[in-house]
Design a protein around this ligand. Structure first.
Ligand code: GH3
Ligand code: MG
Ligand code: MG
Length: 359
């Protein structure tokens, strides 16, 4: 019961058919290296070899290893120094290191374990014991890798809105910060849209909450389909969505807003039911994230007050860039209207499939 596959940890926990577990054998004695190589090969492992500490560190740096068998007595660096270098090279990766030593005093063992060795093997050793220790180290590595994967999955789930499948507010807050920082660094403007479903309470009241949920999913999918891959979309509140547009000026922001508004208005989220959205758009030139959201929010408020089912751009965002003069919203209305006319594309039919977030 010593080879890979005999313990349920086939191929170091990777899917069957992928590469053999790869063991780095560090020993200055060519005879010892060849004994270990043959033992590993018979048991179905691949091995690479290093004859001194520097070569060991270089091979470790090249990566693609599952276990290291590390001789303590090496001609240049000793095994402990090599182990410390490994940990410096890759503090976050977990590649178990088994110290192999002829000394093996309790102090040696303690020192090796203290600096992060996974296990100890005293020379001379029986091949069975070597393989048992390698297999046990692989088992630990595969558990470790599974935990890391799980943690990454959980981290991803923590950024997704459970109802709509698009990003949640927590994620959008972070994207907003990084987009604002990019504006400060590169001086290119960035835009934001706040999209709020009109009279959504009435949908819940007349059709029921679960139809309301369907409508939210539907609108999220339309928005998701309507943005570019470099834009970010998230659920900002109950029936309110945020779109962030990197490297985009007022005209680009208004054009996208017009397209999204038209797509929602032309859609039929549920048989016999249509909804509209009001959109507030704004642009930041100085990378003040809070001011950007506040401006989009004011514009959204103006869109609601103006009768809903419309796009309003924050005036300051436009004035600053000379798109309009102060007090001339009419000119801007024309920008939005011509964008809408050019880009209108009716969306009807069953609820579109959710696009995976980040895609
Ligand atoms: P307005 O045009 O002014 O935006 O009106 P409104 O009715 O859309 O806005 P209001 O803020 O009065 O109501 C929002 C509604 O959205 C009330 C709330 O119950 C509903 N809502 C929020 N989150 C969810 C959800 O996850 N599912 C459902 N079905 N409804 C939700
Ligand atoms: Mg609303
Ligand atoms: Mg709202």
């Amino acid at each position: 019961m010593t080879g890979p596959g005999s313990n349920g940890i086939d191929r170091a926990g990777e899917p069957p058919g992928s590469r053999l577990p790869r063991v780095l054998v560090v020993d200055d004695d060519p005879g010892m290296r060849s004994v270990i190589r043959r033992t590993l090969k018979k048991a179905g492992f691949a091995s690479v070899e290093a004859a001194d500490g520097r070569e060991a560190v270089a091979t470790f740096r090249a990566g693609n290893l599952d276990v290291v068998l590390l001789d303590v007595g090496l001609p240049d660096l000793d095994g402990y120094e090599v182990l410390r270098s490994f940990r410096l090279e890759a503090p976050d990766s977990y590649i178990p290191v088994i110290m192999v030593t002829g000394r093996g005093s309790p102090q040696d063992v303690a020192e090796g374990l203290a600096i992060g060795a996974q296990d100890y093997l005293a020379k001379p050793f029986h091949p069975e014991e070597l393989l048992a220790r390698v297999n046990s180290a692989l088992r630990v590595k595969s558990l470790h890798d599974a935990l890391v994967e799980k943690a990454a999955e959980l981290e991803k789930l923590g950024r997704i809105d459970g109802l709509t499948g698009i990003h949640n507010r927590r994620h959008m807050d972070e994207v907003l910060k990084s987009r604002a920082a990019a504006v400060r660094r590169h001086g290119e403007p960035a835009g934001a849209l706040l999209v709020d479903i009109d009279h959504f309470k009435a949908v819940n009241d007349t059709r029921g909450h679960s139809v309301g949920d369907d409508v939210l999913r539907f609108v999220a999918a339309i928005l998701s389909d309507g943005i570019r891959s470099e834009d970010d979309l998230g659920r900002w509140g109950g029936e309110e969505f945020l779109v962030l547009l990197p490297a985009t000026g007022a005209t680009g922001v208004a054009t996208l807003a017009a397209r999204l508004r038209a797509a929602v208005a032309a859609s039929e989220p549920h048989p016999g039911l249509s909804v509209t959205v009001s959109i507030g758009g704004a642009v930041t030139f100085d990378g003040d994230a809070q001011a950007l959201i506040d401006a989009a929010d004011r514009a959204l408020y103006a869109a609601k007050n103006g009768g809903r089912d419309r796009v309003v751009m924050d005036e300051a965002s436009l004035v600053l860039r000379g798109v309009i003069g102060l007090g001339s919203p009419v000119v801007f209305d024309q920008v939005v209207q011509s964008a809408e006319a050019a880009l209108r594309r009716p969306v009807r039919g069953p609820i579109p499939r959710r696009r995976s977030p980040g895609g």
